[in-house]
Design a binder for this molecule. Structure first.
Ligand code: RVP
Length: 506
């Protein structure tokens, strides 16, 4: 006979935290959000800890090298998407590992033939106003000039005008050699009152741009995730099909941690992948697995050696798995169940396996709820997709800035595989994800700062100065549907609806 869970599966929106005693010592400035990324034995330090409890989703629209650098700078970690060729994914990982903070490889580059109209489009799409001009229009081409807002005047110039006619040409630029240190570059920037300084190789090809603001921001990031060689840390997604080829390439490129990316983790395919990694790398390669939504799924992956376990089926904002296949579980219930299984496993084995709530975070306080329910950190897709640093272009829809955001189970994301299969465009049986827009929200740093200040503030209301303390002390209550109404602004006429209505982290 089929098994029935006694309780309905609930979502984060159905819970609230009940405040606990907060002493005068319990203030947000004292809260530590440090949390284990991978499993460890009782009393031992994990091999890797996150400085903030946030990782970015293994998705084309979310986690590329640029996102990874931005998030590692703030103390979190990205998992570079695996839905691309092995070479391309390894190259992204390698770019994160070779990234020198403050040295920017431009992703908005012009050639002398680019028109003013195209410059404006690129500016709109990337948000960058400083663009190098190179002979071949690439980030590593011979430097011919620079275009900034000061170089064009829309009222006087036609959109067809070529960059060559209005750029600030190479001979008028102050440049420095590629091996200039950040400190020296910064001195040149200040001495000459520049906004940016191109660094060039001996053959005058462009190496980097250094911006005045980057040097300052580097000094302001005490939480950045760095490896022993002071390189940014980065994760990478793998699948259960080509791991024998993909894992070695990612390890070689310098990935610090891997994660099997699948909507269904309770499977032999994940077991084979974990076993293969252990056989070839022992415990030197850290690998997470998932996704699961109950105790049994957790214990299966724990038994087969997962370094962390991801929770969530069907709760992602772009995910239609529940509609299409009728499988999944309310995210809050799934987290609570798996957290109990994790604690039980810890009791039995002395092995603490971090768990990660993945998908369905809509409000900032959902992060606090997930942590309070036992999650060690959270994985977010939609949240990060909205920022400057996400891979997709910024577009204008009905007069508002939007970023595109599409599921890994959408046909858009799966296209790469079809091309991989010798270009035969096989039609997918059905999609499990949608293609969408999310409201553009600016820089990652500003948003993460705001989100985490809310998390810390709530932690203090619960009398907790650390995530383990929150998990220990949190008192959670299920809310009735009428009390949800009570929780928003009600029985008043809003003057400006923005602070209240749709006040998601989006
Ligand atoms: P969200 O943060 O709610 O946008 O959810 C992101 C998560 O959704 C991902 O980490 C992944 O687990 C899941 N996902 C990604 N693509 C799809 C899909 O196409 N169904 N689902």
């Amino acid at each position: 006979m089929a098994f029935y869970f006694d309780e309905p599966a609930r979502t984060f929106n159905e819970y609230l935290l009940v405040p606990g005693y907060s002493s005068s010592e319990c203030i947000p400035e004292k809260v530590s959000l440090k949390t284990p990324l991978v499993k460890h034995k009782k009393g031992e330090e994990p091999a890797i800890s996150l400085n903030i409890p946030m990782v970015s989703a293994i998705m084309q629209a979310v986690s590329d090298d640029k996102m990874a650098i931005a998030l590692a700078t703030q103390g979190g970690l990205s998992f570079i998407y695996g839905s691309q060729t092995v070479e391309d994914e390894a190259a992204m990982v390698a770019r994160v590992k070779s990234h020198k903070a403050g040295f920017v490889v431009s992703d908005a580059n012009l050639s002398p033939e680019t028109t003013l109209g195209e410059v404006l489009e690129l500016r709109e799409a990337t948000g960058h106003s400083t663009m190098p001009v190179t002979e071949d229009g690439t980030a590593a081409g011979k430097l011919l000039g620079i275009v900034t807002e000061r170089d064009y005047r829309l009222s006087r110039m036609g959109l067809e005008e070529k960059v060559a006619t209005f750029m600030t040409p190479r001979e008028k630029l102050i440049v420095a050699p590629a091996d200039t240190s950040l400190r020296e570059a910064n001195d040149i920037i200040w001495d000459h009152k520049l906004n940016s300084l191109p660094l060039v190789n001996a053959d005058d090809s462009l190496a980097y741009l250094v911006f005045r603001k980057d040097y300052d921001s580097h000094k302001e990031n005490p939480l950045e995730m760095l490896d022993a060689e002071k390189r940014y840390m980065v994760g990478a997604g793998i699948n259960t099909r080509d791991y024998a080829e993909r894992v070695p390439a990612l390890v070689e490129a310098g990935a610090d941690v891997l994660c099997i990316d699948s909507s269904e983790g309770y499977s032999d395919w994940q077991r084979f992948t974990l076993e293969w990694i252990r056989e070839h790398y022992g415990n030197t390669v850290k690998v997470g697995a998932g996704n699961v939504v109950d105790r049994e799924g957790f214990r299966f992956l724990a038994k087969h050696g997962a370094d962390f376990i991801k929770i969530g089926i069907g709760g992602g904002s772009i995910c239609i798995t529940r509609e299409q296949k009728g499988i999944g579980r309310g995210q809050a219930t799934a987290v609570i169940d798996v957290a109990r299984a994790r604690d039980e496993w810890f009791e039995e084995t002395g092995e603490y396996i971090p768990i990660v709530s993945d998908g369905g975070i809509v409000y900032d306080h959902h992060i606090t709820l997930a942590l309070a329910m036992g999650s060690d950190y959270v994985m977010l897709g939609r949240y990060f997709a909205r920022f400057d640093e996400s891979p997709s272009n910024r577009v204008t829809v009905n007069g508002s800035y939007m970023k595109e955001y599409w599921g890994e189970g959408s046909s858009r994301a799966r296209n790469w595989q079809r091309y991989d299969l010798g270009g035969t465009k096989k039609k997918m049986a059905f999609e499990e994800g949608v293609d969408s827009y999310v409201p553009y929200a600016g820089s990652l740093k500003d948003n993460v700062d705001t989100t985490l200040s809310k998390v810390k503030s709530t932690m203090c209301n619960c009398g907790a100065l650390s995530i383990p303390e929150l998990q220990d002390k949190a008192k959670l209550t299920v809310v009735s549907s009428t009390s949800i109404t009570e929780g928003g602004a009600h029985d008043v006429m809003l003057k400006d609806k923005s602070p209240y209505v749709g006040n998601t982290i989006g």
